[in-house]
Design a protein around this ligand. Structure first.
Ligand code: NAP
Length: 277
């Protein structure tokens, strides 16, 4: 039977660690989550981040602005949050409305408060192998693989998807752990031949059931980042039939998802400790 790697269990262990760290601090780390508009997925993600932060006893606030907020207004708010000594972490929920330049917004956030780890300064540090605020989903995946004792060193890892939030930073983290990393994408030729080489296969595509059993090697470790809504259900990128060939896999929902929020709070605590000494 393949091992089911459950994100809730790993996240719980991380929350316990964070609670201990927080109990030893003389201040309360503060997170500000900025959202433009009422996109249902963004509303639910920002609520969850805020709820988990408060449950840990952190100072958290969602700043919800209308979708019509101008880029200049948003940049002004970020300037204020950057300058506010009581704020440790700033997260702007993506995607942003089309009239706002995401890159400009990300670059406006102080790298020291960039708890999503998307600022080019932090991205550069990540690829240079330096200590940094690591993007939450990739960092959560590594944490989960460690928790379940999955060996990475020297292993063949294939990531399908090369986004700035998942595929690329995960490649950097897997390299740091001495895996041999391939990043595949929509222009990859003979994708199935590439994915069948993987001892650790990560799918971050956003297409339900995209990775079928014929694309998976016997005994591979499968990590499913994809979340798509199909009817009333949340569905991953990896078809359940492929799980049967694996040695370990993450379910959807309940796999990688819970780790993303947990790592965000870990990053907020890290940002606070670095900044406040
Ligand atoms: P994204 O920015 O849309 O990137 C998708 C990637 O998949 C791109 O690199 C794209 O290639 C590649 N792709 C698309 N079609 C392909 C094909 N036919 N063959 C091979 N590669 C293909 O997605 P993302 O933001 O990384 O998110 C991916 C999924 O993860 C989504 O379902 C998202 O909801 C989910 N997600 C989950 C979490 C979590 O916490 N669990 C966090 C973030 C994202 P090109 O670059 O060539 O276009």
């Amino acid at each position: 039977m393949p091992l089911e790697m459950r994100g809730h269990a790993v996240a719980r262990a991380l929350y316990d660690e964070l609670r201990e760290v927080l109990a030893g601090l003389s201040y309360t780390p503060a997170l500000r989550v900025v959202r433009l508009g009422d996109d249902p997925a963004s509303v639910s993600y920002t609520r969850l981040k805020d709820k988990r932060a408060r449950e840990l006893g952190m100072d958290s606030q969602v700043i919800a602005l209308p979708a019509s907020t101008s880029e200049a207004e948003l940049l002004g708010l970020i300037d204020e949050l950057n300058a506010d000594d009581g704020v440790d972490g700033i997260l702007v929920q993506l995607p942003l409305p089309e009239h706002v330049d995401e890159g400009r917004v990300i670059e406006a956030i102080s790298p020291a408060k960039d708890v999503d780890g998307f600022h080019p300064y932090n991205v550069g540090r990540l690829w240079a192998g330096k200590e940094t605020l690591e993007p939450c989903t990739p960092a959560g995946i590594i944490r989960m693989l460690d928790h379940y004792g999955i060996e990475l060193e020297g292993r063949e890892a294939v990531i399908v998807g090369r986004s700035n939030i998942v595929g690329k930073p995960l490649a950097a983290l897997l390299l740091r752990r001495n895996a041999t990393v391939t990043v595949a994408h929509s222009r990859t030729r003979d994708l199935a031949a590439v994915t069948r080489r993987a001892e650790v296969l990560v799918a971050a595509v956003g297409r339900p059931g995209f990775i079928g059993p014929e694309m998976v090697a016997e005994g591979a470790v499968l990590v499913d980042v994809g979340i798509s809504r199909v009817g009333d259900e949340l569905v991953g990128d990896i078809a359940p039939a492929a799980h049967e060939k694996s040695s370990a896999y993450t379910p959807v929902p309940g796999g990688v998802g819970p780790m993303t929020v947990a790592m965000l709070l870990a990053n907020t605590v890290r940002a606070a400790r670095r900044r406040r000494g």
